[in-house]
Design a binder for this molecule. Structure first.
Ligand SMILES: Nc1ncnc2c1ncn2[C@@H]1O[C@H](COP(=O)(O)OP(=O)(O)OP(=O)(O)O)[C@@H](O)[C@H]1O
Length: 302
């Protein structure tokens, strides 16, 4: 078991509410993606979960708050935005220091260095590491205690495409082993293939929480595209059902009704259908729709 339960998390900076009454659970065996626009409160939420910021609410790991865990690194592995590496302390020594203070043996240090692909630079100094190498060292720290729970803030930052694919397989593998993985990312395409569940926030407030597929389907942005020479027969029937219908190149683009309903109406109207395609919204489209009104920082039109 490795259940994370966050209850009524909240945090204000002066008069700004960065996080507002957030409650969610991260189930063992799943990757839960944490999405929100810039400045929506993701990093603050993760710090609150780990007791690194003072605020409202509680987070428990199998029922126990982070501060009350014996050897916390063995229970919860965390990667936060600010990397606390000493720039001149060699990577392996940094890991060894962490290991000793958490009762973890040297063998595990070498294991995690190999796991993140940093064996060849184990004696290198993080100050000279690229962004991606620093990120891999951060992931090694998070994995050091072989924890059953991971909280990772933008772990794919600075990773190249191979690195992102590697990280995806690693996190999915760890989740399959029964661990809980809570991970934030701005890479929505990546999140759509990585995550099972989502927590989506805007301006510190919960916008959606549940399976990725539900979030995409509820967006209302999916459509059914019908290629028909008899659009004039079909269109009014679909409109009468409440569908939103637009035409493009002899194809009706229908929103708000299912493919079955479109097929049935075409049959009833005697309209010939040459092609009928269901097009699902992308996670990016669903995310933009859900967070559109809650963006903290919005660029002007170019
Ligand atoms: N130390 C701080 N002092 C004052 N305000 C802060 C502090 N840290 C964060 N904030 C504010 O709290 C809000 C949430 O910030 P946070 O960094 O948690 O967002 P985020 O979702 O992680 O953003 P990003 O995606 O850009 O990393 C923002 O309005 C930010 O300006």
């Amino acid at each position: 078991m490795a259940l994370i339960e966050a209850h009524s998390l909240g945090k204000a900076y002066g008069t700004t509410r960065a996080v507002n009454d957030l409650s969610f659970t991260v189930r063992p065996g799943s990757v839960t993606g944490f999405l929100g626009p810039n400045g929506s409160g993701k990093s603050t939420t993760m710090r609150l979960m780990l007791g690194l910021d003072r605020g409202e609410g509680t987070t428990t790991f199998d029922g126990v708050p982070f501060q009350q865990l014996d050897h916390p690194m063995r229970h919860v592995g965390a990667l936060l935005e600010a990397k606390p590496f000493h720039p001149t302390r060699r990577a392996r020594n940094h890991l060894r220091m962490l290991a000793v203070s958490n009762g973890i043996g040297d063998r595990r240090v070498d294991e995690v260095l190999a796991l993140v692909g940093l064996e060849s630079v184990a004696r290198g100094r993080p100050g000279k590491f690229s962004l991606g190498m620093g990120q891999r060292l951060g992931i090694a720290c998070a994995l050091l205690g072989d924890p059953h729970t991971l909280i990772l803030d933008e772990p794919s930052n600075g990773l190249d495409p191979q690195g992102i694919q590697w990280l995806r397989s690693l996190l999915q593998h760890l989740a399959k082993e029964g661990r809980s993985v809570f991970v934030s990312s701005h890479l929505l395409q990546e999140m759509s293939v990585l995550a099972d569940e989502l927590v989506v926030i805007g301006r510190g407030t919960m916008l959606a929480n549940g399976p990725v597929q539900d979030f995409i389907q509820h967006s209302g942005l999916g459509s059914v595209e019908v290629r028909t020479p008899d659009g004039a027969l079909l269109q009014p029937r679909l409109a009468a059902l409440g569908a939103e219908v637009t035409t493009s190149d002899g194809t009706l683009v229908v929103r708000g009704v299912s493919a079955e309903q479109v097929g049935d109406e075409a049959h009833a109207a005697g309209a010939r259908v040459h092609q009928l395609v269901t097009r699902q919204a992308t996670l990016e489209e669903a995310f933009l729709e859900a967070t559109g009104l809650s963006e903290e920082f919005r660029g002007g039109a170019s």
